[in-house]
Design a protein around this ligand. Sequence first.
Ligand SMILES: *Cc1c(COP(=O)(O)O)cnc(C)c1O
Length: 396
Amino acid sequence: MGIEYERIDHVLGAVPTPCYIVSEALLENNLRRLRQVADRAGCKILLAQKAFSMYFYYPLIGKYLDGVTASGLYEARLGYEELCQHEIMDISKAAKRCENHVFSPAYTKAQMGELLDICDHIVFNSFAQWEMHKEAALRAGKSCGIRINPECSTQDHAIYDPCGPGSRLGVTPDKFAGNALEGLEGLHFHCLCEQNADALITTMNAVEEKFGASLYQMRWLNMGGGHHITRADYDVEGLIALIQRIQEKYGLTVYLEPGEAVALNAGFLVTQVLEIVENSGIMTAIVDTSAACHMPDVLEMPYRPPLCGSGELGEKACTYRLGGPTCLAGDVIGAYSFDRALHVGDRLVFGDMAIYSMVKNNTFNGMPLPAIIALDQNGAWQVIKQFGYADFKMRL
Ligand SMILES: *Cc1c(COP(=O)(O)O)cnc(C)c1O
C-alpha cells in the first residue's frame, strides 16, 4: 500500500505552489480505522493536535474520535473552539461528549485559570505542579492525572525519546514513590514515536512493573501517542488485546492520543522547480519549498520525505539534490532520481505532508508559507488558507 499520489493528479497543474493538499478521503480512511480500534478495544482515542491542527477538518475528526488533546493553552483553546464547544455527535454512538485533554511540563496559574474553563482532563508533569494547581483543578471538577516516566526506551531517535537519561518528561519511579495519590484519577505516559504494538507492550510491561500498584487506584490510563496504527503493517490485534487486558485487570479506561496516525499519508506538498545548478558533478534542483521552513523534521529527525515518481540516489537515470530557496547551506530535502531530466517549472509532489508540517512552519529568510488546500471526497479542491507578506511581518 503506497502513498496515493493519484488522488491529486487532476489538481496538480492548477494549484498555487508551494501548497499543502490534505485529502478528506485519505484522512477519513485513517479515522475509520482508529474508530474501529476504539470500538473493538473499548478505549478512547483523541487527536494529538500538535501533529495536525488543520481545524477545517475538526468536525470530520470529531465524528470519529472521542476528542482532542493539547500541549498547552493555545492548542487546548483551538480544540475547544473548533470542536468540543460544538458537542459533535458520534456516528456510532447515540451521543457523546467531546473530551478536551491537556498536558504541559509546567503550567502558570494564569494558564491554569483559562484551561479550567475549557478542558476536562488535566495532566501534570510533576507532584510540585500537581500541588500548585490541585485545589483549583479539583474545585473546578476536573479529572486530573500525572505523567509517569517508566524509563523504558524502545527507539533510538534521542530527540523523540522522553525516557532517556535526564529527561524532563514524566515522574520517574524513584520520585513517584511515597507521594499521596488522593485526587488523582489517571496516569499518563508517552514514550513512543512511529512505533508498532510490540514497543507498546514492552513499555506497558515496564509501567506495570514500576507503577502497577497505583494503577488499581486510577480511573484512566493514557498511553500517549507514537502508535502508528494506520500504517499497513501495524499489529492492530496486538494493540486491542493489550488494551483489553489492561482495562480488565485494573478496572480503568485506556486512552490513546495519536497525532501522526490520524493524518498519516493524508497530505501532500506540491512544489515547483525554480532553478537547476551544478557543482562538483552534483545537480541541485532549487524548488519553491524549504526543508528548514516547511518540513523541519527533514532536518531535525532527520528523514527523507517520499517524492512521487522518484527513486533512490542513482536508481533512475537522472539524480538531483532538491534544495530550498533559502540561504541555509543545509536546506537540502534529499537526493532523488528521476526517469528524465528536471526542468524549471516542473511540479513535484512530496507525500506524507499533513503531519508535523504546517504546525511547524516558519518564515525564516522571509520564506512564503505554503497555501493550505482541502480536497473533498469528490476530488474538488478549495484553498483554505493563503499567506502573504503580512504573515511574515506581523510576527516580527
Ligand atoms: C507528541 C505527543 C503525542 C502524539 O504523538 P504522535 O507521535 O504524533 O502520535 C501524544 N501525546 C503526547 C504527550 C505527545 O507529546
